[in-house]
Design a binder for this molecule. Structure first.
Ligand code: AMP
Length: 540
């Protein structure tokens, strides 16, 4: 017998269909956007679809074609959202640039992607001034503003987005094409070498976004109001701008103001029920809420990822503020979320501290993703919760090759993540470290993440980071960096005594450095390379 072909239609999974779906089903659901200038902007999915089609007409009139790339250097706002749909929907590639990259890296990625139009926020006018002359392929610099707020940028002929799209019709018909075509491009914020591009297909994004709507993942529905704090230039804001319209959730875009006070004000004003971002954002938000004796009247869940979320912060959200934390793991190469907190009924019945300890792990794979951990010879390690090795991942939205990359990074069809992890018998994965951050001491490994999480459990600690320092006898030993909370007087002896009670004796750091702040990179991760450069000498 031969395989029987299925007899269902073969309709492509295209990003344009998401917005048209939400315009038709959730046409009056609101999108609220904090602009760089002026008051909150609000309109609906139906309005957004009209303007996205208008932008698509403008792009076509500018001579761009299927496969052309359009860059953005922009905050999360409504015009950026329109661009997400107009560019990809036209069969072009939406290249979201991280404005926090070094200008030389920005120039590199814009040229590498061959961006022909650059959509930028007026905040980044100084950045544009510095890079424009080095990006010869960019024909149009379009400021995501109206004419009144168009900055004058010496040497750059910029045009306001509103003027650029105004003459064009919203009658644009979205083209149909192969769902495996490139839709969006995001470069890794790699600390060594040039950034590498992950080119997401329509299929990968749509499948990931549908998964994001599952109740056990992000649970988007018209009952939710979602605030993606995670930037639209960081892995497509974890695909929330695609998933929220699929589920019909109200979307709140925070624009440039990401400090605790501004976020709190927006959460309350728009009655946000669900938000998503990196742990440093939530640290700042909770700091503001605590200092001012505030409560969340609507927010009941937050999705966290990008770096490990310490159990102490999970506990504070859950026990003090009644906000459930869902902890996810993913990377630029995985389109968005790959694993997420998922509790069985038995786990939900555990004590609060036992539950928080589980949430501090990085969760279970969402449908579509498979993971394994392997030793240095590539042998699969047991799922016993303690055998640790490199995390390998595969699935429908996992990278196969880097953009213009010569050699696929895959090993036997799996992507090596560079993360060290364990997986237990229930499939619960825990990131123990990056391969390059793990501290090798006397032939054993110390997890810098575990040590940092333990240190953040001290009430006087705002942030913590651990790096390995060369040691003549032990190979490497841990050095701990602490940022104290405002007004706290924590000293070395006290934090080391605190850690001694919580980690193995040989894990206790050899020294502690107190800093005013930690170097944080473009995607909210502590830049351990900067710490290594400054402090990475030799312990005697
Ligand atoms: P990026 O591609 O810049 O988003 O970085 C991806 C990397 O961030 C992963 O390979 C992990 O090392 C780290 N990461 C992401 N999510 C988590 C998490 N929940 N816990 C710990 N590390 C994480």
């Amino acid at each position: 017998m031969m395989l029987q072909p299925g007899l269902m239609m073969d309709r492509p999974l295209l990003i344009s269909s998401i917005l048209e779906h939400s315009a038709a089903q959730f046409g009056d659901v609101e999108i609220v956007s904090r602009e760089t200038h002026g008051p909150l902007f609000r309109y609906t999915y139906a309005d957004c679809a009209v303007r996205a089609r208008q932008l698509a007409s403008a792009l076509a009139a500018a001579g761009l074609q299927q496969g052309s790339a359009v860059g953005s250097i922009a905050w999360n706002n409504h015009r950026h959202l329109e661009a997400y749909y107009a560019v990809s929907g036209s069969g072009m590639v939406m290249h979201t640039c991280n404005p926090r990259l070094h200008p030389q890296q920005l120039i590199y990625i814009i040229n590498h992607a061959e961006d022909e139009v650059m959509l930028f926020d007026s905040t980044f006018a100084p950045l544009v001034k510095g890079i424009a002359a080095h990006c010869p392929k960019v024909k149009h610099w379009v400021c995501l503003s109206d004419a009144a707020n168009l900055p004058v940028i010496e040497g750059v002929q910029a045009i306001a987005y509103e003027d650029w799209i105004a003459p064009h019709s919203s009658d644009f018909i979205w083209p149909e094409f192969d769902e495996r075509s490139g839709a969006a491009l995001c470069y890794t914020s790699g600390t060594t070498g040039n950034p590498k591009g992950a080119l997401y297909s329509h299929r990968a994004i749509v499948l990931n976004a549908i998964t994001g709507c599952l109740p056990g993942v992000l649970d988007f529905s018209p009952k939710q109001t979602v605030l993606p704090v995670v930037p639209m230039f960081h892995i497509n804001a974890w695909c929330i701008p695609y998933a929220a319209p699929i589920g019909g959730a109200k979307l709140v875009l925070p624009g440039p103001r990401l400090d605790g006070a501004s976020l709190y004000e927006l959460i309350e004003a728009e009655q946000v029920t669900l938000s998503a971002g990196v742990p440093t954002i939530w640290q700042a938000l909770i700091g503001h809420v605590e200092q001012n004796g505030l409560r969340f009247s609507s927010m009941r869940r937050t999705a966290v990822g990008g770096s490990a979320m310490p159990a102490a912060l999970i506990a504070k959200f859950a026990d003090v503020y009644d906000v459930e934390v869902r902890h996810g793991w993913g990377m630029t190469e995985t389109t968005a979320v790959a694993t997420m907190t998922s509790m069985s009924p038995a786990e939900m019945a555990l004590s609060a501290s036992e539950r928080h300890a589980l949430v501090a792990k990085q969760g279970k794979t969402v449908f579509g993703i498979q993971i394994k951990v392997v030793d240095e010879h590539g042998h699969t390690l047991p799922r016993d919760g303690s055998s640790q090795g490199e995390l390998m991942v595969r699935g429908q939205w996992i990278i196969q090759s880097y953009f213009k990359g010569e050699k696929s990074p895959l090993v036997d069809g799996w992507f090596p993540t560079g993360d060290i992890a364990t997986i237990d018998a229930q499939g619960l994965m825990q990131i123990r470290d990056r391969t390059k951050d793990v501290i090798k001491t006397g032939g054993e490994w110390i997890s810098s993440i575990d040590l940092e999480n333990a240190a953040v459990g001290h009430p006087a600690v705002a942030m913590a980071a651990v790096i390995g320092i060369k040691h003549p006898k032990w190979d490497e030993r841990p050095l701990l960096f602490i940022v104290r909370k405002p007004g706290q007087t924590l000293e070395k002896e006290e934090i080391l005594a605190f850690l001694t009670e919580r980690v193995a004796k040989w894990w206790v750091p050899d020294d502690v450095v107190f800093l005013e702040s930690l170097p944080v990179g473009g995607t909210g991760k502590v830049q351990k390379n900067d710490l290594r450069k400054e402090y990475g000498g030799v312990f005697s």
